[in-house]
Design a protein around this ligand. Sequence first.
Ligand code: RB5
Length: 162
Amino acid sequence: MRIAIGADHAGVHLKAELVAFLAQGGHEVDDLGTTGDESVDYPDFGAAVGRAVADGSAEVGVCVCGTGIGISIAANKVQGVRAAVVHDVTSARMAKEHNDANVVCIGARLTGPQVAVESLDTFLSSTWQAGRHARRLEKITALEDAAAAGSLGAGRPVVGQP
Ligand code: RB5
């Protein structure tokens, strides 16, 4: 797969391990940085990964920061991105099966390298289940479309859908 990856200074060492794992697996990896320990701002890297996925140059994005949270929030501001923070193989699998996440985010200060690699491996080998989840993703897309049009969207929560 074509995979874009980015990290801030807190995630740079885990990123290197993930890049090595992905390259070993035969993936085409686009490393968008950062490359050193110098302090940087995670939104720059989350946005770069998000844009690579949104414009189709990457099929999947991988983001790493200290917690995975900040960089996921940034990536999710790019239209078309569904970035999910995962902490283990179960959340990694669910992020794909239920949410069809196209960017997976990991916290280097919270998740050890072996769990991170196994989580990424699980994410890449899992499949979206569609079915009832499709309607939910359509609602997320509708929120994005509303935001792009300068609106907050509308409607009340619905109970009792199949
Ligand atoms: C950087 O210190 C840290 O704030 C960042 O890596 C991340 O954890 C933010 O969500």
